[in-house]
Write a protein that binds this ligand. Structure first.
Ligand code: PLP
Length: 348
């Protein structure tokens, strides 16, 4: 049953963390104060079905409870609330696979800031509609997230808008890091934290906060095999480009930015293991989440569960916390998956 245990691809951190980073625990503590009232301080929910399987206490960090259905509101709130009045008056622009765009648009509307969101044609229609409903100006087109980001950078330079990166920004990273600080407050004895991985703002932020509080916490970040930009970059030792393929993990699409300044080195220095989950494992994890944990998740949020499901009992140090990052899923596609049919996109 556990023969997959020897075959999954992983990158493992070599050497000790340097501990010198653009984002510190103090930045995360400041973010906790700044975003209170804008992002929910989410609970840890026990997951008996995973506890039983893994043989160690396993809990879920419930980011699906955020007002936008995903954790990205933390980083967006920290970034926008920290802008000075002159920057707020200029307005913000971002490129997004969906959830970050929704989060920036949500905060911009609350704060009365002009907001432009650049989206590729891979972003699911319901996420495009959600951003439009928040009064953001949309700029849709281009083959992938990297093209959308390129357009956003050009417009930011041309129109004087403030660019809000989905992952490579110290305020955004500190905002996502509040998840790590909260986990350590609620469960100081946590041994392993598992989260999804794309650009690494989430994993980098959680790792900074968690390791500053307890250096022995193991950080496991799980990317999508359909878009393994961070894993390939770690293997190469510098940011590299990968071709983005359609996937159930639409929120994990896009590269890590060839000019990456913050999130890559944080992941390289502080994340212990990086793994990939493939489409079949993500389907299994979405089904497990729904039928055994009674949770509706989007594909991206299922990668930590996929990584836990392939471990044998005793194969992970506990207590374990899996960060369930979002539930912005195409519900019709999810119904197909739950009914045991092939999903209508991203698989095959
Ligand atoms: C953005 C996102 C991630 C990945 O976060 P990164 O900071 O890009 O690594 C994971 N899950 C969901 C639901 C997301 O929206």
């Amino acid at each position: 049953m556990n023969d997959k245990a020897v075959t999954w691809e992983t990158w493992r951190r070599a050497g000790r963390p340097t501990g010198v980073h653009a984002v510190s625990l103090a930045d995360v503590r400041a973010a906790q104060k700044r975003i209170a009232g804008h992002a929910v301080r989410t609970p840890l929910k026990p997951a008996p079905a995973l506890t039983e399987r893994l043989g160690v206490p396993t809990l879920l960090k419930m980011e699906t409870m955020q007002p936008t259905g995903a954790f990205k509101v933390r980083g967006a709130a920290n970034r926008l609330l920290a802008l000075d009045p002159a920057s707020r008056a200029r307005g913000v622009i971002t490129a997004s696979t969906g959830n970050h765009g929704v989060a920036v648009a949500y905060l911009a509307r609350q704060l009365g800031i002009r907001c432009v969101v650049s989206l590729s044609s891979l972003v699911p229609p319901d996420k495009v509609a959600a951003i439009a409903a928040l009064d953001a100006e949309l700029d849709v087109g281009g083959a992938d997230q990297d093209a959308a980001m390129q357009r956003a950078k050009e417009r930011a330079a041309r129109e004087g808008l403030i660019l809000v990166s989905p992952f490579d920004d110290p305020w955004v990273i500190a905002g996502q890091g509040t998840i790590g600080a909260e986990i350590l407050e609620d469960l100081p004895q946590v041994a392993t934290i598992v989260m999804p991985l794309s650009g690494g703002g989430l994993a980098g932020g959680i790792a900074v906060a968690a390791k500053a509080i307890n250096p022995s916490v193991r950080i496991v970040a799980v990317g999508s095999a359909r878009c393994p930009a961070m894993l390939r970059s770690l293997q190469a030792g510098h940011p590299v480009r990968v071709t983005e393929q359609p996937s159930l993990t639409d929120s994990l699409g896009g590269g890590i930015d060839l000019e990456n300044r913050y999130s890559f080195t944080l992941v390289q220095d502080l994340v212990d293991d990086v793994e990939l989950a493939d489409e079949v494992e993500i389907i299994e994890a979405l089904r497990f989440a729904f039928f055994r944990l009674r949770l509706v998740l989007e594909g991206a949020a299922a990668t930590p569960i996929a990584a836990l499901l392939r471990r044998s009992p005793g194969g992970v140090a506990g207590p374990v916390v899996a960060v369930v990052t979002g539930d912005n899923v195409d519900t019709v596609a999810l119904c197909h998956i739950l009914a045991g049919e092939r999903p209508i996109w991203g698989f095959g």
